[in-house]
Design a protein around this ligand. Structure first.
Ligand SMILES: Nc1nc2c(c(=O)[nH]1)N[C@H]1C(S)=C(S)[C@@H](COP(=O)(O)O)O[C@H]1N2
Ligand SMILES: [Mo]
Length: 201
């Protein structure tokens, strides 16, 4: 019967050094796909990334413009609220600092918007200061559609639902408002080290 309990456990796990993984998480060698709906198809000639809201002038990049911006290679650990963590994931992307470089804003909050309608909210502080990227490559390859390609938000210090796949824009806001999962009871902020999984945690 061991194959049954293995099936029920259903998790490939790897060991991790103490202190590397937030409480309640296990480390997987896999890269699970978690999407609340179908994978939108976004042809690159139609793709735009925009910054709207509290900016003097809204900004928008075509795919060619966006991928010509200075990019960074980042290797980070990611943590999903469903309890898997993945260590040393290697991405290439444009930091949000680079996008906002010439656009001072008094906004304190951001709503990230995705193709397909997904949204998630974050303090602007959590997207700046070298903490967040719009990633378009993973493991040296173009980001696969199921993992958010052409491009996704990457905010590794928060639970991974904050890393909006198929990103279409960042809306800079004076006030905070819940995004998709936050409306359904997930924590407004989502710090994995404080186990902020659900509202009230
Ligand atoms: N647009 C969009 N972004 C999303 C999601 C989604 O359903 N739609 N799911 C979130 C959740 S809950 C997680 S854990 C990660 C999963 O990313 P992955 O499928 O690349 O592992 O994407 C996040 N970003
Ligand atoms: Mo998630």
């Amino acid at each position: 019967m061991s194959f049954i309990s293995r099936g029920f456990r259903g998790r490939r796990q790897v060991d991790a050094p103490a202190g590397r993984v937030p409480p309640g998480q296990y480390v997987t060698p896999d890269f699970p796909v978690l999407s609340a709906g179908p994978t939108p198809s976004v042809p690159l000639d139609k793709w735009r990334l925009s910054i709207t809201g509290q900016v003097d002038k809204p900004l928008a990049w075509t795919w060619a413009e966006f991928t010509a911006l200075p990019s960074e290679d980042v290797t980070v650990d990611i943590h999903c609220v469903t309890k898997w963590s993945k260590l040393d994931t290697a991405w290439k992307g444009v930091s949000v600092d680079t996008l906002l470089k010439d656009s001072p804003t008094a906004a304190e909050y951001v709503m990230a918007h995705s193709y397909g309608g997904y949204t998630t909210n974050l303090p602007l502080e959590d997207l700046t200061g070298g903490k967040a990227w719009i990633a378009y490559a993973y493991g040296g390859e173009p980001l696969e559609p199921e993992h958010g390609g052409p491009a996704r938000l990457l905010v590794p210090h928060l639970y991974f639902w904050k890393s909006a796949k198929w990103i279409s824009g960042l809306e800079l806001r004076d006030d905070d408002a819940p995004g998709f999962w936050e409306t359904y009871g997930y924590h407004n902020y989502g710090d994995p080290w404080r186990e902020q999984r659900y509202a009230g945690d």
